[in-house]
Design a protein around this ligand. Structure first.
Ligand code: ADP
Length: 643
């Protein structure tokens, strides 16, 4: 995971709005500097294009106007009246010629028409009746007269010496009999041309070959020169008296060129300065130059407006770019923050995951350990069960031989006695003994069956069993042995049955075991005057059976262990008798305990009393158990005698 390095200082970048503003300023500056000159050039070009048209129109107008008049002098000169007036200038003829010229002057639109002799003297004129008629005046100094007299069409522009009005002069020779006898001249007023230029948003000037302005939309430029006035120019003017007495002067202008080769002109008229784009065209046959001057102020205004618009658009664009950059930056910041948050989250998840993995691994190890321990335990259990089974098998064998040896001994005695009785012819006693033998055989069968049930069978049905009878039967089983050992037995079972909830055979087995142990103890210790006492005590809902002896008793250190399986102090014992007896009594819902005594041992069986219905029910042992008990008691009395 990538974390921000706290040691590294974080420099704040320039804010985007500031960058945007700087960009806008830069773009605006570029727009002003570059755009302005570009726009100026563009609009100048457009002005030049429109000016070209204007110039062509002006040239065409001037050419058309003058061309129209150029053809008139030859036509007039060709008339016979004109020739005759020159050949024979009688007053009548001159009068007629004057009248003719005056008559055609108006309709032709000319200012004056007049006829000159070869020496230049005017002999007839359309204005012969005016206060300052041309007649009698000599115009030999005018170039148009000279040219006409040389046989060419004379042309001239100038200020009328009489009228002091500007005009254009055409002259043609008068041919008569192969000779040039004179010249016809017309004067055309040019002020009409200027009037056509009034009100236009451009200026038009026409200059003569010497560069003098003689036609202009601006009156103050008339007779001015765009270039310097040379001595040559002034002399030529004086000779032809072209401009009569008008004062020629240099105009206050400066001429130049722009980068695209456009001719420029700056004029200063004292109050203001004007800059013009100058377009010019020559009129070759006249020697004139027509100029159209277009004011550049609108161009500058247009360029300024366009520059302003470009600047605004640039600023808007820069603003847009700045906004977009800002948005991008914010988006980038957001994405970065999200990535950091995600990385942090992933880090935490990884941390937790590794912790969990460690815990998991520990748990896994623990589980494995537990499993191994369980496996060991199971193995140990299996071994224990195996050894337990083997021990139980041994115990079972020992118990079986132990339990059967006593009745077998009794059977042997009864059989020997029966033989003796038969020998002596005492058949009834012999029969009685045989009956006891049968009963003992039955008992042994029963013992064998019960041995199978030595293993605990908690589910076995309990029945009301007479405890007093069980005591008597147990004593009957052991009678011969007790008698042989010389053990005095006292039995205090009270009167009447003592019904308890038990299994009759197993209760008897418990009693037989307790009595056998007592006998074992008395015999082993060779107790003098060995004695056994069996008591039966009926309590509230319970019955207590005690088996006591006057033997050595149980050492206090062993008291707690005698009920443990396999605990024995006897060399031949298995240590299972008390353990099995304890569990049998527990199965009856009773208790088997060792009572503390000063001398000897006393075991107490506590059993729940069966419901006192007065009858001893037929238990699992059946009624046959009653006969051996009684006979055992009798037979037992005979055993000591046999031994
Ligand atoms: P076993 O008779 O095979 O030894 P038991 O479980 O019947 O096994 O008896 C366990 C032990 O209890 C005996 O070895 C003995 O030491 C002791 N014990 C039992 N009954 C008496 C008794 N009446 N007097 C003294 N000790 C006894």
């Amino acid at each position: 995971m990538q974390r921000p390095d706290p040691a590294r200082p974080r420099f704040r970048r320039l804010p985007h709005w500031l960058s945007g503003a700087a960009l806008a300023l830069a773009v605006a500056a570029v727009a002003i500097l570059g755009g302005s000159s570009l726009f100026v050039r563009h609009y100048t070009d457009r002005l030049a294009q429109s000016g070209e048209g204007t110039l062509r129109l002006a040239v065409a107008a001037i050419g058309g106007e003058l061309g129209r008049f150029e053809r008139l002098p030859p036509l007039i000169a060709d008339r016979s009246l004109i020739r005759q007036a020159l050949a024979d200038p009688t007053p009548a003829r001159l009068a007629e010629t004057n009248a003719y010229l005056a008559a055609v002057n108006g309709p032709l639109g000319t200012t004056d028409i007049y006829l000159m002799r070869p020496d230049g003297l005017t002999i007839a004129a359309s204005n012969h009746a005016s206060p300052n008629p041309f007649t009698g005046q000599n115009f030999a100094f005018r170039p148009y007269f000279t040219e006409a007299m040389q046989g060419r069409t004379g042309r001239f522009f100038g200020l009328g010496t009489t009228s002091l009005r500007r005009g254009y002069y055409f002259a043609s020779p008068v041919h008569d009999g192969g000779r040039i006898t004179g010249a016809v001249a017309i004067k055309v007023d040019v002020e009409g041309l200027e009037r056509a230029w009034d009100g236009a948003d451009y200026e038009v000037t026409v200059t003569d070959p010497e560069g003098i302005v003689f036609l202009s939309s601006r009156g103050d430029w008339l007779f001015g020169a765009f270039g310097p006035l040379t001595a040559e120019t002034l002399r030529a003017g004086r000779e032809t008296r072209r401009y009569a007495n008008a004062v020629l002067h240099a105009l206050p202008v400066t001429q130049g060129q722009d980068r695209d080769g456009h001719a420029l002109m700056t004029t200063t008229d004292g109050r203001a300065t004007h800059r013009y784009l100058v377009l010019s065209a020559p009129m070759a046959e006249l020697g004139w130059t027509v100029r159209v001057l277009l004011d550049l102020a609108p161009v500058r205004a247009q360029a300024a407006s366009a520059t302003l618009i470009l600047m605004l658009i640039s600023c808007l664009f820069a603003l847009f770019v700045a906004v977009m950059l800002e948005r991008r930056r914010r988006l980038g910041d957001r994405i970065r923050l999200q990535a950091e948050a995600q990385a942090a989250l992933e880090g935490k998840v990884a941390e937790r995951t590794s912790e969990l993995a460690a815990v998991n691994a520990a748990l896994g190890a623990e589980v494995a350990e537990r499993r191994a321990a369980e496996e060991k335990l199971r193995l140990a259990q299996r071994r224990l069960v195996q050894s337990g089974k083997l021990a139980a098998l041994g115990q079972m064998s020992a118990t079986l031989s132990h339990e059967l040896s006593q009745p077998i001994g009794a059977v042997r005695n009864f059989a020997e006695n029966a033989g003796t009785y038969i020998d002596r012819g005492r058949i009834p006693e012999a029969r009685e003994n045989v009956g006891r033998i049968v009963a003992l055989a039955d008992r042994m069968t029963e013992i064998g069956r019960s041995l199978r049930s030595f293993a605990r069978q908690p589910g076995e049905k309990l029945v009301a069993t007479d405890a007093a009878e069980a005591v008597r039967e147990a004593l009957a089983v052991l009678r011969w042995r007790l008698d042989r050992a010389g053990i005095a037995v006292s039995e205090a079972t009270g009167t009447g049955p003592a019904p308890v909830m038990a299994g009759p055979v197993r209760l008897q087995q418990v009693l037989v075991n307790l009595l056998s142990n007592a006998a074992d103890s008395l015999e082993a210790a060779a107790t003098p005057a060995p004695a056994l006492a069996i008591t039966l005590e009926r309590g509230a809902g319970r019955v207590l059976i005690r088996v006591a002896d006057n033997g050595p008793g149980v050492e206090p250190a062993m008291e707690e262990r005698i009920f443990d399986p396999f605990f024995t102090t006897k060399g031949k014992g298995l240590g299972l008798g008390l353990s099995i007896s304890y569990n049998i009594v527990r199965d009856f819902g009773g208790e088997l305990r060792l009572l503390t005594r000063r001398a000897g041992a006393c075991f107490e069986i506590e059993l729940a009393a069966a419901p006192a219905d007065g009858a001893v029910p037929a238990g699992e042992d059946g009624t046959r158990e009653g006969a051996p008990e009684r006979e055992d008691a009798n037979g037992g009395a005979q055993d000591p005698a046999r031994r």
